[in-house]
Write a new protein. Structure first.
Length: 324
């Protein structure tokens, strides 16, 4: 019995020693341990609003009145910026048509949901009744693409595109290019203005125009001559009643939206012009703007996409400072 008691005392003593040794080891380790490292918070990138708020006056450019059209409808004015670098012959012809007042009294004859509105002479199929063209041309060779030139500015987007090897922006216009083929062209995004044609590729010239009012129909790229984009007043077109005839043409004359006139802005008295500025697309500010659109930092967003499509980069347009 005494031996058992001694054995128990020995076991208790040994356990106490081991426990004390463990506490001492833990204490020593704590004294020499480095303090825990707190992960640094990621630097938050600026939001789209912050990028635009920080833009300098030099980051904006005024519209060129020689390459701006005013489409006058009963509901107001639609402002169209032209892109002469991509369709010089068609744009020269369109301006000639406007200056001979060809468009005055024509109409928007088609409004197709999620696609386009189209303006034309309602009698264009009747050669005897259609409106004559005085000095301009009714049709021209296509300008679906133009030869790549290093003088043509191009701010490339970082993300791949399903319709072109590269996409980006050229002087504010959504564009694409193929460096192997040495060709570049404008893309069909919301607000794009193009030249209507029949099956022959040289059957368009400017008398018939269309504006994209829906999901970007990128399949039209390199199949139609694109001449510009709407920079103000797109709602006057996108909210028109939809046509009910074939291809969404208006079936009755009273359904059409009359065109009062189309004028080159340079031909309009300066006090009657719309003073607008467009964010330049060849600046670090625009690159920051694109990044803010690729990865939205606004509080509402739970996931940043990390990707952008050329038609999802809406180039900002604003009233010129001091404009009435």
């Amino acid at each position: 019995m005494k031996a058992d008691t001694q054995q128990q005392d020995l076991s208790l003593t040994r356990a106490a020693s081991l426990c004390a040794l463990g506490l001492a080891t833990m204490l020593a380790a704590s004294l020499h341990a480095k303090p825990p490292v707190t992960a640094a918070k990621p630097v938050s990138a600026p939001t789209t609003a912050a990028v635009l708020a920080a833009a300098k006056p030099g980051d904006w450019r005024a519209l060129d009145p020689q390459n701006t059209l005013y489409l006058e409808l009963s509901g107001g004015r639609v402002v169209i910026e032209l892109a002469p670098a991509f369709a010089p012959n068609h744009i020269a012809n369109i301006k000639a048509l406007a200056r001979e007042k060809y468009y005055d009294g024509l109409a928007i004859v088609r409004a197709q949901d999620n696609y386009v509105v189209q303006m034309n002479d309602p009698d264009y199929e009747n050669e005897a009744a259609r409106k004559p063209i005085k000095t301009a041309k009714r049709s021209l060779p296509p300008e679906f693409t133009v030869a790549w030139d290093a003088k043509i500015p191009f701010t490339r987007l970082p993300d791949p595109d399903g319709y072109a090897p590269e996409t980006g922006f050229s002087d504010g216009f959504a564009a694409a290019r193929d460096m192997k083929a040495q060709r570049t062209w404008l893309t069909h995004c919301y607000g794009t203005v193009g030249v209507g044609r029949l099956n022959p590729v040289d059957s368009g010239g400017g008398p018939e125009l269309y504006v994209v009012i829906g999901t970007p129909p990128r399949q039209l790229d390199r199949n139609v001559t694109v001449v510009g984009r709407v920079v103000k007043g797109i709602e006057l077109l996108s909210t028109l009643p939809r046509g009910t005839g074939p291809y969404s043409l208006y079936e009755k004359p009273e359904q059409r939206a009359p065109i009062q006139r189309i004028r080159v802005a340079a031909d309009v008295p300066e006090n009657e012009r719309v003073a607008l500025e467009v964010l330049r697309t060849d600046t670090p500010t625009f690159e920051a703007y694109v990044e803010s659109r690729r990865n939205h930092r606004e509080e509402w967003y739970a996931v940043a996409a990390g990707h952008i499509d050329v038609c999802n980069v809406e180039v900002p347009v604003r009233a010129a400072p001091g404009a009435r």
